[in-house]
Ligand binder design. Sequence first.
Ligand SMILES: Cc1ncc(COP(=O)(O)O)c(C=O)c1O
Length: 413
Amino acid sequence: MTEKLCLKRTEQLYNEAMDLIPGAILGIRRPYNFVQGEYPIFFDSAKGGRVKDVDGNEYIDMLCAYGPIIIGHREEEIDESVIKQIKDKGFCFSLTQPCQNELAAKLREIIPCCEKTVFVKTGSDATSAAVRIARAYTERTKIIRCGYHGWHDWCVEVKGGVPEKISEDIHEVEYNNLAQFEDTVKRIGDETAAVIITPLGHPLAKKVEYPLPGYLEGIKNIAQNKGIVLIFDEIRTGFRVNLGGAQKLFGVTPDLATFGKGMANGYSISAVVGKTEIMDMLIEKAFLSSTFFPNSLAQIAALKTIEIMERDNILEAINKKGEKFAENIIAIIQNSPIPAEFSGSPWMPFITFNHDPEKKYKIYRKEFYKYLIRKGVFLQPYHHGYIAYRHTDEDLTFAANTIAQALEYLESL
Ligand SMILES: Cc1ncc(COP(=O)(O)O)c(C=O)c1O
């Protein structure tokens, strides 16, 4: 095993942040979500598929900021279009700029369910807005949900600060369990406004799952029969598994959908899109507004990102890279006695360790990801990674070789 990284500056900054910010860092970026003491906590800069920490260690960035980086860090064409907007026009006005219409028209062209769009800032904004629109449309309150949808009261997993009664209307179901969904609808279907579901299953620390044949279609049929609005939460799958989202890839069109993350290669924007009849609840019946929603920089970045993705067949290239990477990793795992599993091919690679009664998988997980970070491969022990367009063949070959070495190292434990 190579030596532990020098993380002196990271530690200084972490101690300083402890005094300034509750817990120093928010949520999923906290050190315990990685391998504490082994991973950096602060990054300094990034370019393409690589990122540098504040101590000067460089990594192949296979977490891609948890998803927004789809092409690569500091993609010049995108940043230049944003800088041009700042210099030539400005971006924060009391009224809306015309690029809103251009982007909404583009989404209508590429996303199957999109007849109308509203732009917000974060994934949580979008999922919460979609739920509100569905409740306004159906005049019902209950929500059936499946997957992570963000930090707002109706869906946050840590319940501190959330009145219990809010959760009473929210019913969580397991991904790929159609019978459970059917049962839930039998019980509360007449009171249910919406089912919101990630079209791919990607729960924390568990393997990424594809929908079983007929699963998404089954959800859609049952929802339709009961007048329940079907929402696909495509915050991760949107602009990644297909330009039109997983709904295009799998051929199942929901009533509403949420997009974000990869939409603007790192700039903060998300969207609720869907059928006119439902989206039009925002005309009078439901309210949505925020000081920064119409800010045009991220809209400009999204337009340029989509333009490049279409022009340069970015997703085709990502698929090819991801498939080759997956092939390599699957072969490596097959040749190893370590009980590991690979999922998420081709877009969201994830290596997990099979659970065992002695809980050896926890040691494997920790030591495996420790090995990777020491060698310069930035992946997350509890969350799938992402393939970006700017990951080079050399980067991905290096990552695969390092994974092979890490598994060999686990044999020696
Ligand atoms: C599927 C999904 N929905 C919603 C969200 C919430 O997005 P945000 O963190 O931008 O609020 C996330 C974030 O990871 C997500 O993966």
